[in-house]
Design a protein around this ligand. Structure first.
Ligand SMILES: Cc1cc2nc3c(=O)[nH]c(=O)nc-3n(C[C@H](O)[C@H](O)[C@H](O)COP(=O)(O)OP(=O)(O)OC[C@H]3O[C@@H](n4cnc5c(N)ncnc54)[C@H](O)[C@@H]3O)c2cc1C
Length: 355
């Protein structure tokens, strides 16, 4: 079966759903595909969004609680407390709410549908669906297919550098409005976190892949420590993990009539691992650029998309890439046990922003 669409969106996480919503709202015909059978499930996220993203968290069932601050624990035991306003969200409900908007605007979203190959010259994609293979002929393709982008692979673009993560959801035994962050030689190339969501918390860690052979060992150790402190319970109700891009933006965000967004574009912050806001913003921009190109014949629209996204994200992401590289030489040395090193390597400290 062959379908024609103004815009094909590959991947319906926050980037793809936002792109589909913006393109469909602008009057374009949109087909969105995701290999998952339910949007946002399984959740692979610590579920924190910065406060300005709150307008996307208004649908019923999305908001868990408000966050006020961040506590950053250093190797010596010193703790830095900083303001860090944000929201804890039900990530599946968040993604589903954006996808629902795309559908309301008329986007045709197909689940259980995996983009398997691409013919760039004819702007044709092959999609494996539960009902068999379909072909989609598009005018614009928006790649929102996450850190291991199939679109990028089909174009022969390099794999993004990623870190590995592991996370448990555990009972939280008292009210908590901070995100806790542990910086330590035990978490080389990453950090550990506790993000509260009412009576539960997401407890996880990210590690450089070279040191991520068995992430269960450090995560279980932290879990036991917090049980001993009376902060969390023993039970583990959910286990997840996933890859986080940490190598910075792709060299090109636009290849002919294809735009890269969100994790597929490498927009995730390489130090904090936060990527939801960048995914939504870049997705909306890509959808808007497709409208500008196809409905208003603005031939510069895709180049403008690339320029706008770089203007907004490149400075912060590049600084974080540079910090990662700098930190990299000290993992597994004594310096990794010092507070000083982590003050230069973590966004809560002014030292992080010094040249
Ligand atoms: C453990 C963990 C915790 C995190 N915590 C946070 C946090 O608290 N806050 C934050 O801001 N960020 C967090 N992140 C990062 C955040 O989850 C990502 O930056 C965000 O999901 C990026 O959105 P996206 O739409 O670009 O990609 P994704 O959400 O990865 O969506 C990509 C979609 O593409 C689909 N797909 C992939 N390949 C294909 C294909 N070939 N065909 C069809 N569909 C395909 C996938 O099924 C998926 O639904 C975390 C990441 C991890 C792994």
């Amino acid at each position: 079966m062959i379908y024609n669409a103004d815009v094909l969106v590959a991947g319906l996480g926050p980037a793809g759903a936002a792109a589909a919503a913006a393109a469909a709202q602008g009057g374009l015909s949109v087909i969105g595909v995701d290999r998952r059978h339910e949007i946002g499930i399984p959740v692979q996220c610590a579920e924190f969004i910065p406060l300005p993203m709150g307008k996307y968290a208004k649908a019923e069932g999305v908001l868990y609680q408000h966050i006020e601050g961040m506590k950053s624990f250093l190797p010596s035991g010193a703790v830095a407390e900083t303001e860090f306003p944000g929201l804890m969200i039900n990530r599946a409900a968040f993604d589903q709410a954006i996808a629902a908007q795309a559908r309301q605007h008329g986007a045709d979203l197909r689940l259980g549908s995996r983009l398997t190959s691409l013919d760039k010259d004819t702007s044709t994609a092959t999609i494996a669906t539960v009902g068999g293979e379909i072909t989609v002929k598009y005018k614009v393709l928006i790649a929102a297919d996450g850190p291991h982008s199939t679109v990028a692979e089909a174009l022969g673009l390099p794999e993004l550098e990623t870190v590995s993560t592991r996370q448990y959801t555990v009972p939280l035994l008292r009210e908590y409005a901070d995100t806790d962050i542990w910086l330590s030689a035990d978490y080389p190339g990453g950090y550990a976190w506790l993000f509260p969501k009412g009576k539960w918390a997401n407890l996880g860690l990210g590690l450089d892949k070279r040191f991520a052979d068995d992430m269960k060992i450090p995560l279980d150790a932290l879990h036991r420590q917090l049980i001993a402190q009376g902060l969390v319970g023993n039970e583990i109700t959910y286990r997840t993990g996933g890859a986080i891009p940490v190598g910075g933006l792709r060299e090109q965000l636009v290849v002919d009539n294809i735009m890269f967004t969100g994790d597929a574009a490498g927009l995730t912050h390489p130090i904090t691992g936060a990527g939801i806001a960048a995914a939504v913003i870049s997705g909306e921009r890509a959808g808007g650029a497709a409208v500008a190109l196809l409905a208003r014949q603005d031939q510069d629209a895709l180049a403008d998309f690339e320029e706008d996204v770089r203007d907004q994200f490149e400075v912060a992401v590049s600084r974080a890439v540079e910090r990662r590289r700098w930190l990299d030489q000290y993992w597994k040395t004594e310096a990794a046990q010092t507070d000083d090193l982590h003050r230069k390597g973590w966004i809560a400290f002014p030292d992080y922003f010094l040249a």
